[in-house]
Design a binder for this molecule. Sequence first.
Ligand code: SF4
Length: 323
Amino acid sequence: MNAPLLQVRDLCVEYDTPAGPAKAVDHVSFDLHAGEFLAVVGESGCGKSTMLFSIAQLLTAPAKTVGGEVLFDGANLAELSAEELRRVRWRDLSVVMQSAMNALNPTLSIGAQLADTCRAHTDWDEAKIAARSAEVLSMVSIDPTHLASFPFQLSGGMRQRAMIAMALLLEPKLVIMDEPTSALDVVAQRSLMRQVENLRRELGFAVLFVTHDMSVVSHFSDRLAVMYAGQVVEMGSTRDVFDRPRHPYAHGLLEAFPSLVGDPRPLVGIPGNPPSLVTPPVGCRFADRCEHATDECRTVAPTLELIDGHAVRCHLVAKGVLQ
Ligand code: SF4
Protein backbone atom coordinates (compact mmCIF):
# COMPACT_ATOMS: atom_id res chain seq x y z
CA MET A 1 0.00 0.00 0.00
CA ASN A 2 1.22 3.55 -0.72
CA ALA A 3 2.41 5.82 2.10
CA PRO A 4 -0.49 7.35 4.02
CA LEU A 5 -1.68 10.77 2.87
CA LEU A 6 -2.02 11.91 6.48
CA GLN A 7 -0.05 10.57 9.45
CA VAL A 8 -1.03 11.79 12.90
CA ARG A 9 1.50 10.74 15.53
CA ASP A 10 1.06 11.11 19.29
CA LEU A 11 -0.87 14.34 18.90
CA CYS A 12 -1.44 16.16 22.20
CA VAL A 13 -3.49 19.33 22.62
CA GLU A 14 -4.10 21.24 25.85
CA TYR A 15 -6.40 24.09 26.83
CA ASP A 16 -5.11 26.59 29.36
CA THR A 17 -7.73 26.82 32.10
CA PRO A 18 -7.66 28.59 35.49
CA ALA A 19 -7.44 25.13 37.11
CA GLY A 20 -4.45 24.10 34.95
CA PRO A 21 -3.96 22.57 31.50
CA ALA A 22 -6.86 20.41 30.28
CA LYS A 23 -5.56 17.52 28.15
CA ALA A 24 -8.17 17.70 25.39
CA VAL A 25 -6.31 15.43 22.95
CA ASP A 26 -4.00 12.85 24.50
CA HIS A 27 -1.48 10.99 22.30
CA VAL A 28 -3.79 10.38 19.33
CA SER A 29 -2.25 8.52 16.38
CA PHE A 30 -3.73 7.29 13.10
CA ASP A 31 -3.06 7.11 9.35
CA LEU A 32 -5.39 8.17 6.56
CA HIS A 33 -4.76 6.93 3.02
CA ALA A 34 -5.59 8.70 -0.24
CA GLY A 35 -9.29 8.44 -1.00
CA GLU A 36 -10.15 6.93 2.40
CA PHE A 37 -13.03 8.10 4.65
CA LEU A 38 -12.18 8.04 8.36
CA ALA A 39 -14.89 9.07 10.81
CA VAL A 40 -14.12 10.12 14.38
CA VAL A 41 -17.04 9.81 16.79
CA GLY A 42 -17.59 10.61 20.44
CA GLU A 43 -19.63 12.76 22.82
CA SER A 44 -19.35 16.55 22.84
CA GLY A 45 -16.15 17.58 24.61
CA CYS A 46 -14.26 14.34 23.84
CA GLY A 47 -11.62 16.26 21.86
CA LYS A 48 -12.60 15.29 18.33
CA SER A 49 -13.10 18.82 16.92
CA THR A 50 -10.05 20.09 18.82
CA MET A 51 -8.04 17.32 17.16
CA LEU A 52 -9.30 18.34 13.70
CA PHE A 53 -8.38 21.97 14.32
CA SER A 54 -4.93 20.92 15.50
CA ILE A 55 -4.42 18.81 12.35
CA ALA A 56 -5.50 21.71 10.13
CA GLN A 57 -3.25 24.07 12.14
CA LEU A 58 -6.28 26.22 12.98
CA LEU A 59 -6.13 26.10 16.79
CA THR A 60 -6.29 29.38 18.64
CA ALA A 61 -5.64 30.23 22.30
CA PRO A 62 -6.39 28.97 24.90
CA ALA A 63 -5.85 25.71 22.96
CA LYS A 64 -2.37 24.72 21.87
CA THR A 65 -0.72 21.66 20.37
CA VAL A 66 1.84 20.49 22.93
CA GLY A 67 3.16 17.31 21.35
CA GLY A 68 3.20 14.97 18.37
CA GLU A 69 3.30 15.65 14.67
CA VAL A 70 1.00 15.85 11.67
CA LEU A 71 2.55 14.69 8.41
CA PHE A 72 0.50 15.57 5.34
CA ASP A 73 1.74 14.40 1.96
CA GLY A 74 5.24 14.08 3.46
CA ALA A 75 5.34 17.57 5.08
CA ASN A 76 5.15 18.27 8.81
CA LEU A 77 2.33 20.84 8.90
CA ALA A 78 3.51 22.30 12.22
CA GLU A 79 6.84 23.27 10.64
CA LEU A 80 5.36 25.11 7.63
CA SER A 81 5.51 28.90 7.55
CA ALA A 82 2.25 30.86 7.44
CA GLU A 83 2.75 31.38 3.70
CA GLU A 84 3.45 27.68 3.06
CA LEU A 85 0.36 26.75 5.09
CA ARG A 86 -1.74 29.21 3.12
CA ARG A 87 -0.66 27.45 -0.07
CA VAL A 88 -1.52 24.00 1.31
CA ARG A 89 -4.98 25.04 2.57
CA TRP A 90 -7.74 24.92 -0.07
CA ARG A 91 -5.39 23.58 -2.74
CA ASP A 92 -4.31 20.34 -0.96
CA LEU A 93 -6.38 20.29 2.21
CA SER A 94 -9.65 22.05 2.90
CA VAL A 95 -11.91 22.32 5.92
CA VAL A 96 -15.72 22.32 6.11
CA MET A 97 -16.88 23.86 9.37
CA GLN A 98 -19.83 22.90 11.54
CA SER A 99 -21.91 25.97 10.76
CA ALA A 100 -21.86 27.28 7.21
CA MET A 101 -23.65 30.44 8.37
CA ASN A 102 -20.60 31.28 10.49
CA ALA A 103 -18.04 30.16 7.91
CA LEU A 104 -19.56 31.96 4.92
CA ASN A 105 -19.29 35.74 4.63
CA PRO A 106 -22.88 37.05 4.93
CA THR A 107 -22.07 40.22 2.98
CA LEU A 108 -20.77 38.50 -0.17
CA SER A 109 -22.60 36.40 -2.76
CA ILE A 110 -21.65 32.73 -3.05
CA GLY A 111 -20.07 33.49 -6.44
CA ALA A 112 -17.94 36.31 -4.99
CA GLN A 113 -16.69 34.02 -2.19
CA LEU A 114 -15.79 31.24 -4.62
CA ALA A 115 -14.03 33.78 -6.85
CA ASP A 116 -12.07 35.21 -3.89
CA THR A 117 -10.74 31.76 -3.06
CA CYS A 118 -9.75 31.16 -6.70
CA ARG A 119 -7.97 34.51 -6.94
CA ALA A 120 -6.08 33.92 -3.68
CA HIS A 121 -4.83 30.48 -4.66
CA THR A 122 -4.63 30.30 -8.47
CA ASP A 123 -3.70 32.42 -11.48
CA TRP A 124 -6.96 31.57 -13.27
CA ASP A 125 -8.55 34.26 -15.44
CA GLU A 126 -12.11 35.47 -14.75
CA ALA A 127 -13.65 33.15 -17.37
CA LYS A 128 -12.03 30.08 -15.81
CA ILE A 129 -13.05 31.23 -12.30
CA ALA A 130 -16.68 31.66 -13.42
CA ALA A 131 -16.71 28.27 -15.16
CA ARG A 132 -15.17 26.41 -12.20
CA SER A 133 -17.47 28.15 -9.69
CA ALA A 134 -20.54 27.09 -11.69
CA GLU A 135 -19.12 23.58 -12.03
CA VAL A 136 -18.56 23.03 -8.29
CA LEU A 137 -22.01 24.37 -7.41
CA SER A 138 -23.55 21.93 -9.92
CA MET A 139 -21.48 19.13 -8.37
CA VAL A 140 -23.29 19.67 -5.06
CA SER A 141 -26.69 19.95 -6.80
CA ILE A 142 -27.05 23.71 -6.47
CA ASP A 143 -28.19 25.52 -9.58
CA PRO A 144 -25.38 27.88 -10.73
CA THR A 145 -27.91 30.75 -10.75
CA HIS A 146 -27.26 30.75 -6.97
CA LEU A 147 -23.77 32.14 -7.61
CA ALA A 148 -25.58 35.47 -7.29
CA SER A 149 -27.31 34.47 -4.03
CA PHE A 150 -26.19 35.56 -0.58
CA PRO A 151 -25.89 32.95 2.20
CA PHE A 152 -29.11 34.09 3.93
CA GLN A 153 -31.03 33.36 0.71
CA LEU A 154 -30.11 29.65 0.85
CA SER A 155 -31.56 26.91 3.08
CA GLY A 156 -29.35 25.37 5.79
CA GLY A 157 -28.70 22.31 3.62
CA MET A 158 -27.80 24.45 0.60
CA ARG A 159 -25.39 26.55 2.67
CA GLN A 160 -23.59 23.41 3.86
CA ARG A 161 -23.44 22.16 0.27
CA ALA A 162 -22.07 25.56 -0.84
CA MET A 163 -19.34 25.16 1.81
CA ILE A 164 -18.54 21.73 0.40
CA ALA A 165 -18.44 23.22 -3.13
CA MET A 166 -15.94 25.77 -1.85
CA ALA A 167 -13.87 23.03 -0.21
CA LEU A 168 -13.72 21.12 -3.51
CA LEU A 169 -12.98 24.16 -5.66
CA LEU A 170 -9.26 23.42 -6.07
CA GLU A 171 -9.56 19.62 -6.01
CA PRO A 172 -7.85 19.00 -2.64
CA LYS A 173 -6.50 15.58 -1.64
CA LEU A 174 -8.07 15.81 1.81
CA VAL A 175 -11.32 17.36 3.04
CA ILE A 176 -11.62 17.76 6.81
CA MET A 177 -15.24 18.01 8.01
CA ASP A 178 -16.28 19.17 11.47
CA GLU A 179 -19.88 17.99 12.08
CA PRO A 180 -21.13 19.51 8.80
CA THR A 181 -24.55 17.88 9.16
CA SER A 182 -25.27 18.71 12.81
CA ALA A 183 -27.59 21.66 12.05
CA LEU A 184 -29.60 19.74 9.44
CA ASP A 185 -32.71 17.58 9.71
CA VAL A 186 -32.33 13.83 9.17
CA VAL A 187 -33.41 13.93 5.50
CA ALA A 188 -31.01 16.77 4.64
CA GLN A 189 -28.24 15.00 6.60
CA ARG A 190 -28.65 11.82 4.62
CA SER A 191 -28.78 13.65 1.28
CA LEU A 192 -25.62 15.65 2.12
CA MET A 193 -23.74 12.52 3.21
CA ARG A 194 -24.75 10.68 0.03
CA GLN A 195 -23.48 13.62 -1.99
CA VAL A 196 -20.15 13.72 -0.15
CA GLU A 197 -19.75 9.99 -0.69
CA ASN A 198 -20.53 10.19 -4.43
CA LEU A 199 -18.08 13.08 -4.87
CA ARG A 200 -15.40 11.25 -2.92
CA ARG A 201 -15.74 8.20 -5.17
CA GLU A 202 -15.76 10.36 -8.29
CA LEU A 203 -12.93 12.75 -7.35
CA GLY A 204 -10.86 10.51 -5.07
CA PHE A 205 -10.25 12.88 -2.15
CA ALA A 206 -9.85 11.53 1.39
CA VAL A 207 -12.27 12.57 4.15
CA LEU A 208 -11.60 13.06 7.85
CA PHE A 209 -15.02 13.57 9.43
CA VAL A 210 -15.99 14.15 13.05
CA THR A 211 -19.47 13.67 14.42
CA HIS A 212 -21.20 12.89 17.72
CA ASP A 213 -23.83 10.88 15.82
CA MET A 214 -22.59 7.45 14.72
CA SER A 215 -25.62 6.88 12.50
CA VAL A 216 -24.51 9.74 10.22
CA VAL A 217 -21.38 7.87 9.14
CA SER A 218 -22.52 4.25 9.45
CA HIS A 219 -22.99 3.80 5.70
CA PHE A 220 -20.29 6.10 4.42
CA SER A 221 -17.00 5.80 6.30
CA ASP A 222 -14.38 3.11 5.67
CA ARG A 223 -12.94 3.27 9.19
CA LEU A 224 -14.18 4.55 12.50
CA ALA A 225 -12.24 5.92 15.47
CA VAL A 226 -14.15 6.25 18.74
CA MET A 227 -12.82 8.95 21.08
CA TYR A 228 -13.46 9.25 24.80
CA ALA A 229 -12.03 11.93 27.11
CA GLY A 230 -9.29 12.93 24.65
CA GLN A 231 -8.16 9.41 23.74
CA VAL A 232 -8.97 6.97 20.95
CA VAL A 233 -10.57 3.98 22.69
CA GLU A 234 -11.43 1.92 19.62
CA MET A 235 -10.53 2.04 15.94
CA GLY A 236 -11.36 -0.39 13.16
CA SER A 237 -13.30 -0.81 9.95
CA THR A 238 -16.70 0.84 10.26
CA ARG A 239 -18.52 -2.40 9.54
CA ASP A 240 -16.54 -4.24 12.21
CA VAL A 241 -17.07 -1.59 14.88
CA PHE A 242 -20.80 -1.47 14.14
CA ASP A 243 -21.20 -5.24 13.97
CA ARG A 244 -19.00 -6.01 16.96
CA PRO A 245 -17.98 -3.07 19.14
CA ARG A 246 -15.41 -4.23 21.73
CA HIS A 247 -14.89 -1.24 24.03
CA PRO A 248 -17.73 -0.75 26.56
CA TYR A 249 -17.99 2.93 25.57
CA ALA A 250 -18.29 2.12 21.85
CA HIS A 251 -20.91 -0.44 22.81
CA GLY A 252 -22.81 2.20 24.78
CA LEU A 253 -22.61 4.72 21.93
CA LEU A 254 -24.09 2.21 19.51
CA GLU A 255 -26.97 1.46 21.87
CA ALA A 256 -27.70 5.17 22.18
CA PHE A 257 -29.06 5.61 18.65
CA PRO A 258 -31.81 3.74 16.77
CA SER A 259 -30.85 0.89 14.45
CA LEU A 260 -32.11 1.11 10.87
CA VAL A 261 -32.39 -2.67 10.62
CA GLY A 262 -33.93 -5.40 12.77
CA ASP A 263 -36.64 -5.10 15.40
CA PRO A 264 -37.04 -1.80 17.25
CA ARG A 265 -35.15 -1.80 20.56
CA PRO A 266 -35.15 0.63 23.48
CA LEU A 267 -32.42 3.28 23.33
CA VAL A 268 -30.02 3.12 26.27
CA GLY A 269 -27.99 6.15 27.35
CA ILE A 270 -24.57 5.99 28.99
CA PRO A 271 -25.02 7.02 32.64
CA GLY A 272 -22.61 9.50 34.25
CA ASN A 273 -20.34 12.17 32.83
CA PRO A 274 -16.87 12.22 31.26
CA PRO A 275 -13.98 12.82 33.71
CA SER A 276 -12.14 16.09 34.26
CA LEU A 277 -9.45 16.56 31.61
CA VAL A 278 -7.45 18.73 34.03
CA THR A 279 -7.09 15.87 36.52
CA PRO A 280 -7.96 12.75 34.49
CA PRO A 281 -8.18 9.43 36.34
CA VAL A 282 -4.91 7.51 36.69
CA GLY A 283 -6.56 4.35 35.36
CA CYS A 284 -9.10 3.93 32.58
CA ARG A 285 -10.86 7.22 31.84
CA PHE A 286 -14.16 5.38 31.35
CA ALA A 287 -13.96 3.48 34.66
CA ASP A 288 -16.51 5.62 36.55
CA ARG A 289 -19.14 4.90 33.88
CA CYS A 290 -18.21 1.32 33.07
CA GLU A 291 -20.28 -1.53 34.49
CA HIS A 292 -17.30 -3.89 34.10
CA ALA A 293 -14.69 -1.75 35.91
CA THR A 294 -12.23 -3.65 38.13
CA ASP A 295 -9.58 -2.46 40.59
CA GLU A 296 -6.99 -2.71 37.81
CA CYS A 297 -9.19 -0.50 35.58
CA ARG A 298 -9.18 2.19 38.28
CA THR A 299 -5.45 2.13 38.90
CA VAL A 300 -3.70 1.20 35.64
CA ALA A 301 -4.26 3.12 32.41
CA PRO A 302 -5.08 0.73 29.55
CA THR A 303 -3.12 1.11 26.30
CA LEU A 304 -4.46 0.86 22.76
CA GLU A 305 -3.90 -2.77 21.70
CA LEU A 306 -4.50 -4.38 18.32
CA ILE A 307 -7.03 -7.19 18.80
CA ASP A 308 -8.46 -9.00 15.73
CA GLY A 309 -7.53 -6.09 13.47
CA HIS A 310 -9.26 -3.67 15.86
CA ALA A 311 -7.40 -1.24 18.10
CA VAL A 312 -9.03 -1.26 21.55
CA ARG A 313 -8.08 0.46 24.83
CA CYS A 314 -9.52 -1.84 27.50
CA HIS A 315 -7.94 -4.23 30.01
CA LEU A 316 -10.78 -6.72 29.86
CA VAL A 317 -10.93 -6.82 26.06
CA ALA A 318 -7.14 -7.32 25.93
CA LYS A 319 -7.49 -10.29 28.33
CA GLY A 320 -10.39 -11.77 26.34
CA VAL A 321 -12.79 -11.34 29.29
CA LEU A 322 -14.93 -8.96 27.20
CA GLN A 323 -15.41 -9.83 23.51
FE1 SF4 B 1 -14.31 -0.68 31.43
FE2 SF4 B 1 -12.04 -1.46 32.52
FE3 SF4 B 1 -12.33 -1.63 29.92
FE4 SF4 B 1 -12.08 0.73 31.09
S1 SF4 B 1 -10.54 -0.86 31.01
S2 SF4 B 1 -13.54 0.20 29.53
S3 SF4 B 1 -13.18 0.40 33.01
S4 SF4 B 1 -13.49 -2.74 31.47
